[in-house]
Ligand binder design. Sequence first.
Ligand code: GCB
Length: 599
Amino acid sequence: MNRYKKRSEEWVLALFFILITVELANAQTAMINVQSRNVTSLNGDWSVIIDPAGSGQWQQVWLEKQPQKKTDFFEYSFQGAPVLKVPGDFNSQLCELTWYEGTVWYKKEFNYRAQKGRRLFLHFGAVNYWADVYVNGEKAGSHEGGFTPFQFEITGKVKDGPNALVVKVNNGRYKSGLPGLGYDWLNYGGITRDVDLIETGNTFIEDYNIQLKKGSLNTVSGWVQLNGSQLAQNITVKIPELNIFYKARTDNEGVAKVEFSAAFKLWSPGSPKRYKVMIESETDTVEDNIGFRSIEVKGSKVVLNGKQLFLKAVNIHEENPFKGARASSAKDAVLLLNAAKELGCNLVRLAHYPHNEHMIKEAEKMGLMVWSEIPVYQHIDFADSSLPSKMEGMLKEMVRRDRNRCAIIIWSLSNETYPGTPGRDKALAELTKKCKAIDSARLITHVINTQRYQNNTFDLWDTLYRQADIIAINEYIGWYTPWQGLPAATKWTLVCPEKPVFISEFGGEALYGNKNVPTDEAAYWTEAYQAKIYTDQIEMFNTVPDLCGVCPWLLFDYRSPGRMHPVYQKGYNRKGLLSDKGEKKKAWYIIKEYYNSIR
Ligand code: GCB
C-alpha cells in the first residue's frame, strides 16, 4: 500500500477515535438524575426510515429536505413512513426487521415554548447501539453503547412551536464495540428506553449520593452536585420520617459533602424499607425514595446489614418472553421479577448489560437484591486503544444512574473474558480501580469460566479473581462438559482462597413438554435431563469451598440467533427454568425446593 495513503488512513482513524472519546465525554457531562423531575415524555409513535445501505447519511435525512419543484430528485422522506413505538426495539415491531442489524432513522415532532432562564435537556434511557441526535437539523450529539442513559442540552437548539427531532440509530456489531462481535442474545436495536425532555432552572441539582458509608449501619456519607452558574448555594437534605434536616453549603465547584447519622430501619429482602428523601438547593428541589443497607464481604462470607446471607439468585435477560421483545416498561419488569420471587430468589443477576431503570426500581420495591453488569462480554478486543475509555464510560453511566439504589449490591465488570487476550489483565485491573474510586460501598466482581475441570477437580487458576470481592464462576458441567465423577465427590483447587465463591451460571437446555421419558432414559433437550443436571449440581454445591450463592442460567427461555436447532431451539436459548410462554419445567421445581430449604 502507498505509504502516504496508509499514513492518512491512520490519521483519519486516530481522529475518529478522538471524536468518539470526546463525544463519550460530552455525553457524560451534565447528566441529570431524572428522579422526580418534571419531564415531558417523547415516548409513543415515531416515524422511521429503514436504511440498510446507509444512504440516509449522504441524503442528509436529518435536514428533512423537501422538493421545491414536482420534478426535483427526492428519495428519503419521513412522509408516509412506517411508525414504530418508543420505547421499544425495532426487531420485534416489523417482521422484516427480525434479525436486522443496521441503521434506522427515527423522527418525532414536539412542541415547545421557551421560558427565560430555563434550560432544556433531551434524555434517552438507552439507544442500542449508536445514536446520532439532531434537533431541527442541527447535531445535538452522539452516543455509543446500548444500555445506559445519555442526554444532551438543547436549550439553544429549540424554537417556539413545532420542533423536529431525528435520531440515527445503528445496532451493527463491530469488533471494538461493547459487546463485541459475538454474543448469545438477540441484538435488539432501536430507541429501546424512554425519551424525555427535562426542563431545569439555570442552576440545578445534577446528581447526589445518599447511601450508607461502607460498613456502617447508621451513617450516611455522600454528596450533592449542582450544575449551572450559581454553584455556591445552601442545600438541605431532608428525611422527614427520621427527622433529618441536614444543612450544608456547596463549594465553588457546586459540591457539598453530606454526612449524618440516624436510626434507619434498614432495607433487606425481608423488609424492603425506603424513605422519602428531599434535596433542596436555593434554585432546585428533587425527591427520591431511598433505602439504606450495608453490604460487605467479611472473610469468605457475604454480609448484609451485619448478617451473613446466602445469595439465592437467578439470571435474567431484558426480554419480555411473552412478546419476544426487549423489556422496557415497569409492567415488563414486574412480570420478570415476580417469577424470580416465586422461585424463592433474593438476588437477580441482570445479565449481561445494565437493564432498564424499571427493573432496578421494581426489584428494590419487592425486596430483590440486584447484580448489575456492563457488557464486557467474552471476545473483547482489549488491545484496542479505545477500549479503556469506552468501558469506563459505560461503567460511569451505569453507576451514575443507580448509585442511590440500595438494591444493587454488586457491580459486575466483565463476563467470561479470556486470560490469554493481550491487554485483558491490565485493562480489567484498571477498570476495577476506577469502579472502586467511583463507588467504594458495593461489591465488585468479574465472572470467569476458564477454570479447568479434570479428574472431577476444578482448578481455578485465572488470577482475575484477585480483582473480585466475590469469585464468580460459570460452569456448565452436565451440559457442555460431562461429569467426571460423582458430583458429591467434586474437588476444588482455588488460587485465591478466603473469598466467597458464587456459581454465577449453570444449567442446560430443555424444550418444555419434552419430558415423557423416565429419568434414566433422559436425553439432551428433555426436561428430565435438564432436571438431572440441576440435581447433580445441587449435590456438587456442597463441595464448593466458601459457597455464598448460586445462580441458574436462566429464568425464561430467550431469543438468540445463534440457537438454531430446528426442533428444540428455533432461535431460542432453551436453558430457561420457564419456557418463553411461562410454563414451568421440571428444573424449576428442583431449584425452588433447594431455595426453600436454605434459610
Ligand atoms: C454463558 C454465557 C451466557 C450464555 C450461556 C449459554 O456462559 O455467559 O451468556 O448464553 O453461557 O447458554 O451457553
